[in-house]
Design a protein around this ligand. Structure first.
Ligand SMILES: [Zn+2]
Length: 529
């Protein structure tokens, strides 16, 4: 097995150009408002959008203990979803079940397990499954949409009235992995066995028919000692252990000629379908054979290379820290030649790691939530997750422990659906003033100022100035609180859980207070239309 490949690209730096769309910094608030009105009146209240956005979305990476500053496994993900699709974070306790009773998912029923593991999961408001999550045993999972040749064929078949049987959504597979696995390797087995048995044909997007909302998936799966990448195409899969360094995935297959496990007929299927020549002398290349040539790779490749470069740059200069992980997740190609003159992160001309909705319809939506999971391999520390609601560049990462066995109520709102629903049938998300996520969506709206993100380049740094010291303080407080909590937990004393719960509750309160103040300040200066 060769070591994990992380390209070491030249460090690209360019002077920031002036931004033609930057707001005039010296203008009065009345003048700002007048200019905004003028801009909107000339541009039209709503800019035209492309007909059908595809789920080109999400970026996930893992840093192994040999390259992280504190020796923990680090798994991080930006979950990019349609704009204003609320994505709360919930705690799910262990679920007892009769092993023979069925578990109803969006499209299929599968046998349940006798007992599931407790976990934290970030889910679109309508979805039984998760975009990302961490279970009580320190197994973390994040997924990516993949566009494969099998998916393209299934879409064609469906449009001709012969759809394949419905399967399990990628987000449901993330949750099933968290519920059923005690290690990363068990999660790999769980996910790949379910993929082989059921496939993944179904819509991952509310209000979209399957042909428009379906995607195959890749997954990064990690526990304190091991990390794996799984890449799937319909009912087939390949998985590779990541043994050292870092590994990033986006919306394209990355497994090439080496893997540690795969569907038995992975190569035969590609040859029979004509995706790989039978006479080819070169080793079989999974990504080359299975990637759909009808999907433009630039939508994922640029983001994938950017996260790989940032991670490689970080490891060249030392070990990867929590702060460096947040830097990757908040990236909009700052300090590169893409920084100017017309580029505003919240009015994207191209897809960024921290994703923003585009009025021109080029991007798929916003980063709806972001998480950094830390899984230490020592009994003195606990697996935990730092979670940011809405775009991480306008948000703050909150520390949350599965061992706390709860999350603050506001984080979990809106309440979860009891039974998995078909995404085609779910109602649109609605604003909820009690929901932590919606407050951070509201803050994002105010930071932008309007659809054209007129205020973003002025206001986003103000948000960072308000939140960054807070996040740094929490990171400094965490080790002591964790040490105390571990002592109590070892002694079987409920005080341990309580300490962790109170810590997260206090952080959430402080974050919400700053969020509310920022919204009020921005609103005073220029109320949203
Ligand atoms: Zn951003």
């Amino acid at each position: 097995m060769t070591p994990t490949f992380v390209p070491t690209a030249p460090h690209i730096r360019a002077a920031r150009g002036s931004r033609a769309l930057d707001p005039p910094t010296s203008s009065s608030f009345a003048e700002e408002k007048r200019l905004c009105s003028l801009l909107l009146s000339t541009a039209g209240a709503r800019l035209p959008t492309l007909a059908a956005k595809r789920p080109w979305s999400c970026d996930t990476f893992v840093a192994l203990p040999d390259v992280t500053a504190d020796g923990s496994m680090l798994l991080a993900k930006n979950s990019d979803r349609p704009a204003k699709e609320c994505q709360p974070l919930r705690y799910w306790p262990r679920r007892q079940s009769m092993a023979t009773s069925p578990l109803r998912l969006a499209y299929v029923e599968i046998p349940d397990v006798r007992q599931s593991w407790a976990h934290l999961g970030g889910s679109p408001y309508w979805c039984w499954g998760h975009e990302l999550g961490l279970n009580e045993l320190g197994v973390g999972i994040g997924n990516e949409a993949l566009f494969t040749r099998d998916l393209a064929e299934h879409v064609t078949q469906s449009r001709h009235g012969q759809p394949p049987p419905a399967g399990i959504l990628g987000m449901e597979l993330v949750r099933l992995g968290l519920e059923r696995a005690t290690t990363a390797q068990e999660a790999v087995s769980t996910i790949t066995e379910l993929v082989a048995a059921h496939g993944q044909w179904g819509s991952g997007v509310p209000g979209r028919p399957i042909e428009q909302g379906a995607y195959d998936n890749s997954y990064l799966v990690a526990d304190p000692r091991e990390a794996w990448v799984i890449e799937t195409s319909g009912h087939r899969w390949a998985a590779r252990a990541i043994r050292t360094g870092t590994y990033a995935i986006s919306n394209q297959p990355t497994i090439r000629i080496e893997w540690d496990g795969a569907s038995q007929d992975l190569i035969d299927h590609a040859i029979e379908a004509g995706w790989w020549p039978a006479s080819e002398n070169r080793p079989f290349d999974f990504a080359r054979a299975y990637t759909d040539p009808g999907t433009p790779l630039q939508v994922s490749h640029v983001r994938l290379q950017r996260s790989r470069h940032l991670l490689a740059d970080a490891t060249r200069h030392g070990k990867i820290t929590f702060d460096q992980a947040t830097r990757v997740l908040r990236d909009h190609y700052e300090d590169t030649f893409l920084g100017g003159p017309y580029f505003t992160a919240a009015l994207p001309d191209l897809m960024t790691l921290c994703m923003h909705d585009s009025p021109a319809g080029f991007t798929w939506g916003n980063t709806a939530s972001s998480a950094i999971m830390l899984m230490p391999d020592t009994p003195d520390q606990l697996p935990h997750l730092w979670w940011a609601a809405a775009t991480p560049c306008t948000s703050v990462y909150l520390p949350i422990f599965p061992a706390a066995a709860s999350v603050p109520n506001a984080l979990a709102l809106p309440a979860a659906t009891v039974v998995a629903e078909r995404p085609e049938d779910v109602a649109t998300a609605t604003y909820d003033a009690q929901s932590y996520w919606w407050q951070f969506q509201k803050l994002l709206d105010h930071v932008k100022g309007d659809e054209r993100a007129w205020m973003f380049n002025d206001r986003q740094p103000q948000v960072r100035q308000a939140f960054d010291p807070l996040q740094q303080r929490w990171a400094l407080e965490l080790p002591d609180i964790q040490r105390e909590a571990v002592k109590f937990i070892r002694a079987g004393n409920a005080q341990g859980r309580k300490l962790l719960t109170q810590f997260t509750e206090r952080c959430a309160r402080q974050a919400l207070e700053i969020c509310t103040n920022l919204i009020a300040e921005f609103d005073r200066k220029m109320p949203l239309a």
